[in-house]
Ligand binder design. Structure first.
Ligand code: OFO
Length: 174
């Protein structure tokens, strides 16, 4: 049986994933405003993914007879200094999510909750992939530079990532 402590911790994770979804939605809107179509599409997709991460925990809690709580979402920022600083914030947020998932894994060991431990493996892998993706995007941005002349190329690079993700999703890998 899942403990109260674990239910509480998973509900906190729901709030973190929900915030990520709103933060990335806000970033998508800012990219749209700045005419960065590729970046906007990328952030919309990230936002959808985070909503899916949140819902996955929701369903898990119902399945194990817990109670999933709809979180209050704090207002995310609407303005970003530059694409680079926006992407750095995404990377930072992903690192925060990873740390939180690791804490959940530790707690599931302490509680001898092997069902939750097994459930969390998907998140461990997802975070590894997300961090690697963001690192590779940031490396490209550093290479291209992020002055006004570079924005077009950054957007193009992110379009390529979108195209790859869409192809993977169509092939059932995404
Ligand atoms: Fe769900 O936090 Fe990103 O991937």
């Amino acid at each position: 049986m899942i403990s109260k402590k674990m239910i509480k911790a998973l509900n906190e994770q729901i709030a973190l994933e929900g915030y990520a979804s709103f933060l990335y939605l806000s970033m998508a809107s800012w990219c749209d405003k700045e005419a960065l179509e590729g970046c906007a599409q990328f952030m919309h997709r990230q936002s959808e993914e985070e909503r899916m991460h949140m819902l996955k925990i929701f369903h898990y809690l119902s399945e194990v007879d817990g109670h999933a709580l709809t979180p209050a979402i704090k207002q995310p920022p609407h303005e970003f200094e530059s694409v680079r600083s926006m992407l750095e914030q995404v990377y930072k947020h992903e690192q925060k999510v990873t740390a939180s998932i690791n804490k959940l894994v530790k707690l599931s060991y302490e509680e001898n909750d092997f069902t939750t431990l097994d459930f969390l493996q998907w998140y461990v892998e997802e975070q590894r992939e997300e961090e690697a993706l963001m690192r590779s995007i940031l490396d490209k941005v550093k290479l291209i530079g992020d002055g006004p002349m570079s924005l077009y190329y950054i957007d193009q690079e992110i379009e390529k990532i979108n195209g790859k993700a869409a192809a993977e999703a169509a092939a059932g890998e995404g």
